[in-house]
Write a protein that binds this ligand. Structure first.
Ligand code: AMP
Ligand code: ZN
Length: 120
């Protein structure tokens, strides 16, 4: 947990969010500024700032994030037409919240741009 992190605050229920999934290791909630009909952020409870900060011990956690993405995608009926996942890492990628998170985007065709989930 990091005191000044907006996503840690959501997990501590200090900031409201529309939480759609949680377990011992992972929390998922709707993006406040959705870029697609379904736009959900999936994050580890562990405060890892960026993908570059993940450690060898986090490999299983990163796999679990993707299993949860599948589970949520099915719950939101994205399993027929598919979906996109995005992890922005650092400033050039446009990362604005420095608590590692996976964007899950779907519910409309997403163009094949250099994907950050926005303008796609
Ligand atoms: P990124 O560029 O990958 O760091 O994206 C951060 C995402 O977090 C953006 O899509 C924001 O819309 C979203 N976001 C920021 N604050 C909140 C919040 N309080 N609740 C839900 N989503 C948020
Ligand atoms: Zn955090």
């Amino acid at each position: 947990m990091a005191d000044d992190c907006v996503f840690c605050k959501i997990m501590k229920r200090e900031i409201n969010a529309d939480i759609v999934y949680e377990d011992d290791a992972v929390v998922a909630f709707k993006d406040i500024n959705p870029a697609a009909p379904v736009h959900i952020l999936i994050l580890p409870r562990k405060h890892i700032p960026t993908l570059l900060d993940m450690e060898k011990d986090d490999e299983a956690l990163m796999g679990h994030l993707h299993s949860v993405a599948n589970e949520i995608a099915r719950a939101f009926e994205l399993d027929k037409k598919g979906y996109r996942t995005v992890i922005n890492c650092g400033s050039d990628a446009g990362q604005i919240v420095f608590h590692l998170h996976l964007h899950l985007l779907g519910g409309r065709p997403l163009l094949q741009t250099i994907a950050n989930g926005r303008g796609a």
